[in-house]
Design a protein around this ligand. Structure first.
Ligand code: ADP
Length: 454
């Protein structure tokens, strides 16, 4: 087992990894930018090193500085968390070349799945259902126009290197296609450095259902069941739950089989997530595989009792999985609300100093956060300040626990989306489990309609 792990991240996920390391008796090293010197991950790690100024490119994405910090502290592994360098195949290669274990899959796996157009082709060849669309990337509108006509509008133009819901454009007619393609290419180039795009049929009211995978270095691959992540804003998840209300035991088994097939096709190692869209007729399609720990991993932990970060570390250290598929039992229901520092009406980021901070607790409540009273939410980084997670013996109990938690959670000094979460938790469609990826837009439209009528 590793003696010392450097955590190449910040915020709640850096703390989450520190807790796992402590439980495993592993020393930790925090890295931080000058904007994060008072952060909790710096306080709670055994060692800490400042790696540069606030801008991502100068600190958390600066591979030279991260590797230097690992060398100086003699860390034998790096956990990348999510975001930042977590899906950089190049970074994973540099770690290997420096004989530092990268806690995640091999670089070639990250590279394959990081190119979503290539991943689609690979899965098509393996007999995995994918959404009708282009084979690989599309170069220009000459190629795109006949293709879009063939698959039928609406279509969606997506960045091959995409992530976080960026670089996507829905196109309703041929007239919109040219400008959508150039907008998606520009956005993709700016966000990911690669302008390549591909096209898929746009499904109108799908659900986003994803399966958690764990694979060790001995070819053992299991799934820990699904998460429903249909409550999204601009293709970014805000509320997730497990299990999904949409899956019958039969459909769950079929989807799990396909998720395992995706992972087996590439010989997947470490933690990963196979994402599907599920349509109203019960047809499901692979959209991508994420080769890292996901923000929403806690809901899976809450229903399976398996600590995913500890599993990631054990797998990277060469241990075999301690359980087989038949040993994995899910019980109860878990929900996660992402609490963001943003205006609940306009969704504009709301950085600043937190003056009052009170967290809920009690049975079935977990909060993953690095925020605390008097801390400053930096404008440089992600606006998510906490993940509020509840578990109940059934879905309604998980919802009641979320409602009472949201009622007593106090964050003052900045604005947050807690009021939005309170609305979601009492919404009739949400309670019925009547969800799709357009759910939140409809909820927000209803509020506007009510405002106009009054
Ligand atoms: P990212 O990697 O940026 O997260 P994904 O491919 O995982 O992108 O898609 C994110 C979200 O975008 C999905 O959960 C869904 O809401 C929407 N989306 C993506 N592809 C389609 C599609 N073909 N039809 C309808 N919605 C889609």
């Amino acid at each position: 087992m590793f003696k010392k792990i450097l955590i190449a991240n910040r915020g709640e996920i850096a703390l989450r990894i520190i807790w796992a390391c402590r439980e495993l008796g592993i020393q930790t090293v925090a890295i931080y930018s000058t904007a994060d010197s008072d952060s909790l991950h710096v306080k709670f790690a055994d060692e800490d090193i400042c790696i540069g100024p606030p801008r991502n490119a100068d600190s958390y994405l600066n591979i030279g500085a991260v590797i230097a910090a690992a060398e100086i502290t003699d860390a034998d592994a790096i956990h990348p968390g999510y975001g930042f360098l977590a899906e950089s195949a190049h970074f994973a290669e540099v770690c290997e070349a420096c004989r530092i274990r990268f806690i995640g899959p091999a670089p070639n796996m990250i590279r394959l799945m990081g190119d979503k157009a290539k991943a689609r082709e690979t899965m098509l060849a393996a007999g995995v259902p994918i959404i009708p669309g282009s084979r690989g990337t599309v170069g220009d509108e000459q190629e795109a126009l006949p293709l879009a006509t063939r698959i039928g509008y609406p279509v969606i133009v997506k960045a091959a290197a995409g992530g976080g819901g960026r670089g996507m454009r829905v196109v309703n007619s041929p007239e919109e296609l040219t400008s959508a393609m150039s907008a998606a290419r520009t956005e993709a180039k700016a966000a990911f450095g690669v302008p390549d795009v591909y096209i898929e049929k746009y499904l109108k009211t799908p659900r986003h259902i994803e399966f958690q995978i764990l694979g060790d270095s001995y070819g053992n691959i299991v799934t820990l069941g699904e998460r429903e992540c249909s409550i999204q804003r601009r293709h970014q998840k805000i509320v997730e739950e497990s299990p999904s209300t949409a899956l019958t035991p039969k459909l769950r088994r079929r989807m799990a089989e396909v998720a395992l097939k995706v992972a087996r096709t590439v010989g997947y190692q470490n933690a990963g997530t196979v994402e599907f869209l599920l349509d109203e007729e019960g047809r499901f399609f692979f959209i991508e595989m994420n080769t890292r720990i996901q923000v929403e991993h806690p809901v899976t932990e809450m229903v399976t009792g398996i600590d995913l970060i500890k599993e990631q570390i054990k797998i990277a250290a060469g241990e075999s999985l301690a359980f087989r598929q038949e040993d994995i039992q899910t019980t109860g229901h878990s929900i996660e609300c992402r609490v963001n520092a943003e205006d609940p009406e306009t969704f504009a980021p709301s950085p600043g100093k937190i003056t009052t901070f009170h967290l809920p607790g009690g049975p079935g409540v977990r909060v993953d956060t690095a925020a605390h009273p008097e801390c400053t939410i930096s404008p440089y980084y992600d606006s998510m300040i906490a993940k509020l997670i509840t578990r109940g013996n059934n879905r309604m109990e998980a919802i009641s626990r979320m409602r009472r938690s949201l009622e007593v959670m106090v964050v003052e000094g900045i604005r947050t989306n807690i009021p939005l979460h309170r609305r979601i938790m009492v919404d009739a469609d949400f309670i019925r489990g009547n969800l799709h990826t357009g759910f939140l837009d409809r909820l927000l439209e209803r509020k506007e309609e009510a405002a106009v009528a009054s």
